[in-house]
Design a protein around this ligand. Structure first.
Ligand code: SF4
Length: 271
């Protein structure tokens, strides 16, 4: 039976914006429910970060697990790796479990999209779910988010230290080439697992890949890694030439953040 009271739910992605939103709203919204849609394919650093956020909030973060796993759906789709245009993973592993968790209750879902972003996220079409965008309403931009995280002691997600710009599955197709290189170095076991998904798509014999048509077994070759690094260094130098003395990791983060396609991690209603 549907609850008569409106529920307030904040979806954490494991990324910085939703973490900052949780900090920002901790003492403003009573009875906030914090949730995390766990695909079971997250980076270990994301789980560490969620623990850190939970400690700060002093409240549990409920982990929603899809009843059926990524691997189940991967098999159901005949081995078709998801992509920006075939995003079955988000629908099956994030949106559906979220809608199931909400049921028919009236819910306000708080989403960490900033005022300096041009997107609305992946919105549930259920009429009982109302999205709320406090950062947009209050005009908070990237620098504000960094300040909120710094002042609270929660800090930035630990995976940003080694060059990953977003949360989400370790094999997420949104990664840039240089992030795959970083994954290869930091988590060679996870890189190898991602490689295993790149098999022939049974119905057509096509090979779907995680990284824009390039197989991970090719991307890991030393000469290719060197090339990706060189390209990345060139882009960093270009930024420096514009007077921006940025670390390489900041260059990529910045590019993502200025990209209209940029989406921090993959969370329900803000995938
Ligand atoms: S993080 Fe990437 S791969 Fe994982 S569910 Fe979201 S969009 Fe799909």
């Amino acid at each position: 039976m549907a609850s008569t009271e409106t529920r307030h739910i904040l979806s954490l992605s494991g990324g910085k914006d939703s973490a900052a939103l949780a900090v920002y709203l901790r003492d403003r919204i009573e009875n906030m429910e914090y949730i995390f849609n766990d695909t079971g394919k997250e980076l270990p650093e994301t789980y560490q970060y969620l623990d850190r956020i939970g400690d700060y909030l002093g409240r549990p973060v409920t982990r929603l697990n899809a009843e059926t796993t990524f691997d189940h759906w991967y098999d159901m789709y005949g081995g078709m790796i998801p992509s920006n245009h075939r995003r079955w993973c988000t629908k099956m592993l994030k949106l559906k479990p979220f809608e199931q968790y909400v049921g028919d209750d009236s819910v306000v879902n708080y989403i960490g999209i900033r005022a300096d972003e041009n997107r609305k996220g992946y919105i549930s079409h259920k009429t009982n779910i109302t999205p709320a965008y406090p950062f947009i309403d209050d005009g908070l931009v990237l620098d504000d988010i960094k300040r909120i995280l710094r002042d609270s002691g929660v800090g930035l997600p630990p995976y940003t230290e080694w060059g990953r710009t977003r949360s989400g599955c370790y094999f997420c197709f949104y990664q840039q080439k240089i992030e795959w290189v970083a994954l290869l170095e930091r988590h060679p076991d996870l890189y190898a697992k991602a490689e295993e998904y790149e098999k022939e798509f049974e119905p057509t014999g096509n090979l779907f890949t995680w990284s824009n048509g390039e197989k991970l077994s090719d991307l890991r070759k030393p000469e290719r890694v060197a090339q990706i690094r060189a390209d990345a260094a060139k882009r960093a130098a270009k930024q420096k030439g514009r007077g921006k003395n940025l670390r390489l990791v900041d260059v990529f983060r910045r590019e993502f953040e200025q990209d209209p396609e940029f989406e921090e991690g993959c969370l329900v209603c803000s995938v």
